[in-house]
Design a protein around this ligand. Structure first.
Ligand SMILES: [Zn+2]
Length: 93
């Protein structure tokens, strides 16, 4: 579903980029129309149009090129889990 093109050393490094407004280099494919347009969470599908909770950019849709988002918290962590360097993930276990 996702194809990471860059690994972060850890979640702090990833969040630092996100806080700085840096584009997270994750390309998404196979998303539903709303998430693919950045109008809903790529993980849980929560719409941001009327009732948007806090959310963060998590990359771009492969087809639309739109920036896509995930809810801050569990969804964001889940969406970006593949971006954390495998060595770091191993140490956590
Ligand atoms: Zn969500």
């Amino acid at each position: 579903m996702s194809e990471p093109t860059r690994y972060y050393a850890d979640m702090d490094a990833l969040l630092a980029d996100a806080e700085a407004g840096e584009h997270i280099r994750l390309t998404w494919s196979g998303l539903a129309p709303l998430p693919a347009d950045g109008l809903a969470c790529v993980v849980c599908g929560q719409s941001y149009i009327h009732d948007g909770g806090p959310h963060r950019p998590v990359g771009r849709d492969a087809v639309t090129g739109s920036q896509v988002f995930a809810c801050t918290g569990t969804c964001f962590d889940s969406a970006t889990a593949d971006l954390i360097a495998p060595t770091t993930r191993g140490e956590r276990a």
